[in-house]
Design a protein around this ligand. Structure first.
Ligand code: CUK
Ligand code: CUA
Ligand code: CA
Length: 645
């Protein structure tokens, strides 16, 4: 692909002149390919797009907006990141399970409440003994946006924490985490997907590890007591709905577009504990969950209550209507429902093939009319180490192939024909090298009915030589691929901090965050209630309130660029001090912060927001506090003194 444009348009002509730029929309298709994007200058000089919406052009000039949001897992950084697609610019980081210094996530009272309230009593007790109210880290893998009838509805993004067996919910309107839930009876939540129909609805999540439900020294070595657990959480209330005991373990999951079935992959049907044991059998399986049958059993009181959760037995021996086990060769990894609503593809991992299962055949399976194997309608060979599959909405699937370091495009209908015995068709359309060892791949809107086949990301596990050397720890490499044409084209390399496993690409029309907080947001309700008790009007009054002769002191102040309403206050050594700051600025983008020098206090206060942090005053003397957000020409002057007597 040439990056020379023959129209004689100079970079100067194009930049800074939006009318002309818009008129040059026809140039959009001239640019593509890595050479163009290797240099911003070249890209601009050769062909500037009318906008990023012109397909095949990943160059989004300064001041122009992306067409898509990307919601990226931050892996063991514990966070979620928001990217603009196709520019791959990182727009925001949303702290979830981690501690975050910029925003004070995990330091403020409000965030600590969110991080701690959904933990089980047993975990709370354990953490208390460590001097903590919650965990300090998380391991996120699968961010997913809530659905209404198979389309993104822009309400929430949910994500798992493998390391501490939790899930979290992010409010898309403010791009903040608003709820965290530890999943009882489970051990390491890995796969997470959302009910698509009629809406979310359930958050489906997999316990990857197996353990006894009653986990103590009397049972811990008795492997006959170990179980795998599949969970459904009510995504509205963030409370447990039900669980299913299963045979084997669970890796990834997905569900259909009709609200009937969920599906989970299992790589350890052997129920082993070593790599050798877990790969011993020639085949593992996927488990299909019959949602209606499970709901009816729970409703009829037929479930066992275990740690407050109704649990049904879907293990193989139970021969229930809750589950079916479909054999899949050797350690499959993901199951990905196709946007046509008809198929779900299971990637083989240790088998070089993927399995296409037809949802309608699953109906017949539960009715006893066909065998497990007959639900499989295709099994194309894609390459070594297939992990994840995504779609373009035009009948093609794209499978990430780890060992071959490729994205493999194949046609579903042709794969079915081939499986039916037609040797003349080859479902493979193209194999594109990626760099290197790709894990997840996802295409724009691919997990919805609105799959639009424009962009695809390949989240590569190794970047090796693709970037300047930054020492032994290398970034991952998230690659953007243009899939709008017949051929896939690699257009961008994006280094990322460890470790995005998965990402979704959501059209901007589905995402509508607010610009300024609503001060009546439930996020601040506790603070308003506390202030009322203290006779303080938040956002108006500045006051130091001492609770009845106790050592509990609350310091209420207002931030209004470029001042705090209180430039000094007094507390006594030994006081438990809570500082509450209300930002009364209404201007878009006018965030303040509060940092108290030497006290581990630092937090964000967005426009119209209120936030608080609590600490023990135990360092006599004068301690300054300041606003850490450059909010005004006199931002440096936005400070005050705390006197500890
Ligand atoms: S998993 Cu990481 S590459 Cu957690 Cu979805 Cu496949
Ligand atoms: Cu407020 Cu800086
Ligand atoms: Ca296995």
């Amino acid at each position: 692909m040439s990056n020379e444009c023959k129209l004689g348009v100079t970079r100067r002509d194009l930049l800074g002149n939006s009318i002309k730029v818009a008129a040059l929309g026809g140039l959009a298709n001239m640019t593509a390919g890595p050479a163009v994007l290797g240099s911003g200058l070249l890209a601009a000089a050769s062909a500037v797009p009318s906008s990023a919406e012109a397909s095949g052009n990943a160059n989004v000039p300064p001041g122009q907006l992306d067409e898509y949001y990307g919601f990226w897992s931050g892996g063991h950084s514990g966070e979620v990141r928001v990217l603009g697609i196709p520019s791959m610019r990182e727009l925001m980081r949303i702290p979830v399970f981690n501690r975050e210094s910029a925003t004070g996530w995990g330091l403020t009272n409000e965030s600590l409440k969110i991080l701690s309230s959904g933990l089980t009593p047993e975990t709370k007790e354990f953490l208390k003994k460590q001097g903590k109210v919650t965990f300090d880290h998380g391991d996120t893998h699968h961010p997913r946006m809530s659905y209404t009838d198979g389309s993104y509805d822009g309400r929430y993004v949910y994500i798992n924490d493998k390391s501490n067996t939790r899930i979290a919910r992010i409010r898309v309107d403010i791009m903040k985490t608003d709820s965290v839930l530890e999943i009882p009876n489970a051990h390491a939540i890995h796969g997470l997907r959302l009910q698509r129909y009629p809406k979310t609805g359930y958050v489906f999540c997999n316990s990857e590890m197996r353990r006894p439900l009653q986990n103590d020294p009397s049972t811990m070595r008795d492997v006959s007591k170990y179980v795998g657990i599949f969970s459904a959480v009510d995504g509205e209330t963030m409370k447990m709905a039900w669980q299913v005991m299963i045979s084997g373990n669970l890796d990834n999951c997905d569900c259909d577009y009709k609200g009937k079935y969920a599906i989970s992959t299992c790589y350890n049907s052997e129920e082993g504990f070593t790599t050798a044991e877990m790969t011993a059998a020639p085949a593992d399986h996927v488990v299909i969950f019959n949602i209606k049958a499970i709901e009816e059993a729970v409703k009829a009181g037929k479930a066992q209550m275990i740690n407050g959760v109704p649990v049904v037995d879907g293990r193989k021996d139970a021969k229930s209507q809750f589950t079916r086990y479909i054999p899949i060769a050797n350690n499959p990894h993901d199951a990905n429902a196709a946007p046509d609503g008809k198929y779900v593809v299971v990637s083989g991992k240790l088998s070089p093939t993927v399995y296409v299962i037809e949802w309608d055949k699953v109906d017949l399976l539960f009715e006893g009319k066909i065998t497990e194997k007959e639900t499989i309608v295709a099994n194309p060979e894609v390459g070594l180490g297939p992990l994840h599959t995504t779609y373009d909405g035009r009948g093609n699937a794209y499978t990430s192939v780890f060992l071959d370091s490729q994205i493999v495009k194949w046609n579903i209908a042709d794969a079915i024909k081939q499986y039916q015995g037609d040797k003349s068709v080859n479902p493979i359309r193209q194999k594109l090298d990626v760099h290197y060892q790709v894990g997840h791949t996802n295409a724009s809107m691919a997990e919805t009915k609105d799959a639009d086949g424009k962009w695809l990301v390949a989240l590569c596990k190794f970047s090796k030589d693709r970037f300047l050397n930054v020492g032994p720890l290398k970034p991952e490499n998230d690659q953007l691929i243009d899939i709008s044409g017949d051929e896939m084209k690699l257009v961008h390399d994006g280094p990322t901090f460890p470790e995005p496993h998965d990402a979704i690409i959501v059209h901007k029309s589905k995402v509508n965050p607010v610009e300024v907080y609503n001060k009546n947001d439930p996020l601040f309700a506790d603070l308003y209630a506390m202030a009322k008790k203290d006779g303080v009007e938040l956002g108006k009054d500045s006051k130091v309130v001492r609770e009845d002769k106790s050592n509990k002191v609350r310091v209420y102040m207002v931030s209004h660029a470029p001042t705090f309403s209180m430039t000094e206050f007094n507390v006594k050594r030994g006081d438990e001090v809570t500082i509450i700051v209300t930002n009364v600025d209404e201007v878009v983008d006018l965030t303040h912060g509060l940092t108290v020098v030497g006290h581990n206090v630092c937090f964000e206060v967005g426009p119209q927001a209120t936030a608080s942090a609590t600490f023990k005053a135990d360092r006599p003397g004068v301690w300054y506090y300041y606003c850490q957000w450059f909010c005004h020409a006199l931002h440096m002057e936005m400070q005050g003194r705390m006197f500890v007597e």
